[in-house]
Design a protein around this ligand. Structure first.
Ligand code: GRG
Length: 275
């Protein structure tokens, strides 16, 4: 099975769960959170968690779908806050007006707060062993918080003078974009109850997949980034060297996967190739 076939099977299940999640709640805050959560995202991070589970030959039932979907709440929050005028100031997101543009800044801040917090309540509610849930909650807070995504975003937006080398930029990408990918891959390992060593390789896989994903995004957005004077791989080291970096991170990701025994890697290898 390749990644597209896997996605065809599980994307509708993830989307149904996300669609149903706030059903019956009709206050404005739920409407605003739904506007973000249920717009047309690729659901890459939940799919990554489920693909790891499938690669470890584990069955995917309702609790695993629900667990995998939690990261999408954090991802949606990060996009809502990233679009704010005092952050990246974007009017549009996923083919529609961004949340602040449609509902105002205050509502966008609150919807982001609601989505972020709900992710952790959602993980706590799962019908899974308590120690598994604590590991998921710990890893998601590590990825989303001040040691990763928040710090990466702060540096990217307000600490550009500190980004002096490719290594600095790589670290920002790792924290800002790579952390949720790392979490998503790790969460698959936690849900599959894999050994610490295997989870370590999944961590390396997710981190390098995340950096590669961001370099690809940088390569696609080069003109816009130049206009907005953003730091990006192609702006810092040129297109050819960025492509080399991209391939290097894909290779590290693949090498990490190859170190995991009893693991059917085809879906994940195919995902790496798609970047
Ligand atoms: C607000 C603390 C805080 C952090 C925001 C993730 C992030 C940090 C900002 C997003 C900026 C951005 C657009 C980065 C490019 C890479 C990226 C994360 C793209 C969006 O992810 P996709 O392609 O989006 O998975 P969809 O819409 O498919 O879910």
């Amino acid at each position: 099975m390749n990644f597209d076939q896997f996605s065809k099977e599980y994307l509708p299940k993830i989307n149904k769960h996300l669609n149903d999640y706030f059903a019956g709640q009709d206050d404005d805050i739920f409407r605003i959170m739904n506007y973000s959560l249920n717009s047309t995202g690729k659901r890459l991070r939940p799919l990554l968690t489920l693909a790891v589970l499938s690669s470890a030959f584990k069955t995917i039932d309702k609790p695993q779908i629900e667990a995998a979907a939690a990261v999408e709440f954090v991802h949606a929050y990060s996009l809502v806050h990233d679009d704010l005028p005092e952050m990246d100031n974007d009017d549009r997101r996923r083919g529609q007006a961004s949340v602040w543009k449609r509902f105002g800044v205050g509502n966008a801040v609150l919807a982001g707060d609601g989505l972020l917090t709900e992710a952790f309540k959602k993980l706590s509610d799962l019908l899974l062993p308590e120690d598994m849930k604590i590991k998921l909650i710990y890893n998601l807070s590590l990825a989303a918080g001040p040691f990763n995504m928040v710090r990466g975003q702060q540096l990217d937006l307000f600490g550009r003078q500190k980004i002096e080398s490719v290594k600095d930029l790589e670290l920002v990408h790792l924290m800002k974009t790579g952390a949720l990918m790392t979490y998503a891959a790790t969460a698959g390992g936690i849900l599959a109850d894999l050994s610490v060593d295997k989870i370590r390789q999944l961590n390396i896989f997710g981190a390098n997949l995340g950096i590669a994903f961001q370099i690809r995004d940088d390569l696609d957005d080069i003109q816009q980034d130049k206009r907005e004077r953003k730091e990006s791989f192609p702006i810092m080291i040129g297109i050819d060297d960025s492509k080399k970096e991209l391939e290097e991170h894909k290779k590290i990701a693949i090498d990490a996967l190859n170190k995991i025994d009893d693991f059917q890697k085809k879906i994940l290898l195919d995902l790496v190739e798609k970047i």
